[in-house]
Write a protein that binds this ligand. Structure first.
Ligand SMILES: [Zn+2]
Length: 70
């Protein structure tokens, strides 16, 4: 996950803000994780958890439909 963010590292302040949002979501039980792609475009969209595949957690954004692997 962090590697995906670094690869995109075009807007570091946005990435910092995103990580803050991500950590806050991890701490709050039941709070959905934000989508990185949409966040960088200025919208907080929430990722849906999908079934684990081979032990890898996969989530999909409800807006841009991109998959992220945790
Ligand atoms: Zn998205």
């Amino acid at each position: 996950m962090l590697q995906q963010i670094r690869v995109r590292g075009d807007a570091e302040t946005h990435v910092d803000a995103y990580l803050t949002e991500w950590r806050s979501a991890l701490k709050s039980f039941g709070k959905p994780l934000p989508c990185l792609t949409c966040f960088l475009k200025g919208a907080i969209q929430h990722l849906n958890h999908l079934d684990d595949e081979k032990g890898v957690g996969k989530v999909r954004c409800t807006r841009c439909l991109k998959y992220l692997y945790l």
